[in-house]
Design a protein around this ligand. Structure first.
Ligand code: NOJ
Length: 554
């Protein structure tokens, strides 16, 4: 029986490679996570989303899986993993794993079999096609990989091309084959039997491709997404997995929803559909970027419009609240002036965490980690950054533009090692870190934040404590004020006559705030704020730079 426990949860996302290294090889690992379980508990989070830890040749840091039932050597063993989940459960923390089944690694046994001959029983686990053009030397269609270049790779052995919407080492699984879908069911059930509490489903919306794999009409704004996003059998296939696996356990699923707009929400996650429980939309990432990646000036009103539209999805649906994950640069440089790092980080936490939905904190966000200020091309280790840079070098005038875009948006920024202390390598490893450590670790680190009662870390603890089990935040209505303002984000959550009025100044200047008419003359008190002298009772006031207040009003 499903209890929908995730509606009361606060999640913490761990990117294991960069979290904590226990054995000095420079790579984060499971024993490292185990050593930080008390820290996680102390944060007040109640669930962890763990990015992939399965066996993988690491072309895309674990998002290319070669064995779904075992742990990556660099991260440890299945026994370590069992100790980790036991430790989490003992502390009341659920574990949600990453389910990466749009594609496998090309080193997965299925693909090795599949590429070995045209009549191998695994051939149809993937998309194989003959080349096009007179001499058959061109890719079968014009689809492009999300990581750059054609989405097809030629394979000498059988003289055909295979489809890969991501890297060449991530061949797409053919979900039209019922055997593939059964494999997915078996993988899910395997982990559920081991105690896993759910899955974050990687690029799940890509699983059903257009029949006949037709050429895409070139549209620079979608890059052909309409040929893969929510394809013709998407709903049918997801419902099937739900019925054969997910619905049989008290678990949750949250899908990665690149390209999903609010108009799709109901069809994706409404409870009666029995598909996914929730989805990550990336619409709000558009507020300071086009197509989520090309930087543009941040506009608060644009951001609010999107957030509000998602807050108003039907009650049968559920939201996911996040600003950061392993695919985006850090939120502080995106929204906050650097001199207000702490106030700004707390303001973002208030704005997001009083909304309806399940919040996700990405590792390091709780101490206000920032981007690397001056990445040199050689410091980028992510496959996407490297590919984009390689392409730019071929079209030389693009180099400065790409450098600028990477400096703002590269995925590398989120993946720098977690900053635990001011010791060498931020206390992440005693060895040579697998990737660049942000030099600001001397000032921004967990040890420093622990010692400072006013730190971003301690503020997150306060909010998490306030939020978990709070019925107004979980079930209250949402009502926005001053929607057009590019300075303040103001909304109220209300349940049974009690409201939380959230007023957040998103600028580095003092802003005048007028209490909305309907709250005037009521009893109120301050329940959350990031300044020590915020106004105790709801009323007109000046909000200091990035000040955020929440008043309870009856
Ligand atoms: C989405 C993941 O979040 C990202 O890190 C990965 O590169 C792609 N899916 C491909 O699996």
């Amino acid at each position: 029986m499903k209890t929908r426990w995730y509606k009361d949860s606060v999640f913490y996302q761990i990117y294991p490679r960069s979290f904590c290294d226990s054995n000095g090889d420079g790579i984060g690992d499971i024993k490292g996570i185990i050593s930080k379980l008390d820290y996680l508990k102390s944060l007040g989070i109640t669930a962890v989303w763990l990015s992939p830890c399965y066996k993988s040749p690491n072309d895309d840091n674990g998002y290319d899986i070669s064995d779904y039932r075992d742990i990556m050597d660099e991260f440890g063993t299945l026994d370590d993993w069992k100790e980790m989940i036991e430790g989490m459960h003992k502390r009341g923390i659920k574990l949600v794993m990453d389910l990466v089944v749009n594609h496998t690694s090309d080193e997965h046994e299925w693909f090795k079999q599949s590429r070995s001959s045209i009549d191998n029983p695994y051939r149809d686990y993937y998309f194989w096609r003959k080349g096009s053009g007179k001499d058959g030397k061109k890719p079968p269609n014009n689809w492009t990989s999300r990581f750059g270049g054609s989405a097809w790779a030629y394979d000498e052995q059988t003289g055909e091309y295979y489809l890969h919407l991501f890297s060449k080492k991530q061949p797409d699984l053919n979900w039209d084959n019922p055997k593939v879908r059964q494999e997915v069911v078996d993988i899910c059930n395997y982990w559920f039997e081991l105690g896993v509490d759910g899955f974050r489903c990687d690029v799940i919306i890509y699983i059903s491709k257009q029949e006949g794999l037709p050429n895409a009409k070139w549209n620079p704004f979608t890059c052909g997404d309409e040929y893969f996003v929510i394809g013709p059998h998407y709903h049918e296939y997801i419902h099937e997995i739900n019925q054969k696996s997910w619905s049989k356990y008290d678990i949750m699923t949250v899908g990665e929803g690149q390209g999903i707009t609010v108009a799709d929400a109901e069809s994706m996650v409404a409870e009666p559909r029995e598909e996914l429980d929730a989805i990550f939309t990336f619409e709000h990432q558009e507020a300071d970027a086009r197509m989520s990646v090309v930087p543009r000036k941040f506009k608060l009103s644009r951001f609010k419009k999107i957030m509000t539209s998602w807050q108003n999805i039907p009650n049968t649906c559920w939201n996911s609240l996040f600003l950061e994950n392993h695919d985006y640069s850090r939120s502080i440089p995106r929204y906050i002036k650097p001199e207000f790092r702490k106030e700004g980080a707390k303001m973002l936490a208030v704005t997001m965490n009083f909304m309806k939905g399940t919040p996700y904190i990405f590792q390091g966000q709780e101490i206000g980690m920032t981007n690397i200020e001056h990445f040199k091309p050689k410091d980028y280790v992510d496959i996407v950054s490297k590919n984009v840079y390689k392409i730019a070098k071929k079209i030389f005038p693009l180099v400065p533009v790409v450098k600028w875009a990477l400096q703002k948006r590269a995925r590398d920024h989120a993946r720098t090692p977690m900053q635990w202390s001011a010791e060498e390598n931020a206390g992440f490893t005693t060895g040579t870190p697998w990737m660049y450590v942000n030099p600001n670790y001397k000032e921004i680190n967990v040890a420093e934040a622990e010692a400072d009662p006013d730190s971003v870390l301690n503020f997150y603890r306060k909010i998490n404590k306030f939020r978990v089990g709070n019925k107004i935040i979980k079930d209250g209505t949402y009502n926005e004020f001053y929607a057009k303002s590019d300075k303040v984000f103001v909304y109220a959550r209300e349940l049974h006559g009690v409201s939380y009025l959230v007023a957040a100044n998103w600028t580095h200047k003092v802003v005048e705030f007028d209490l909305p008419e309907q709250f005037k003359g009521k009893t109120s008190k301050l329940v959350m704020s990031n300044y020590f002298d915020s106004k105790e009772e709801a009323g007109d006031c000046n909000l200091m730079p990035y000040e955020a207040v929440v008043w309870e009003i009856k």
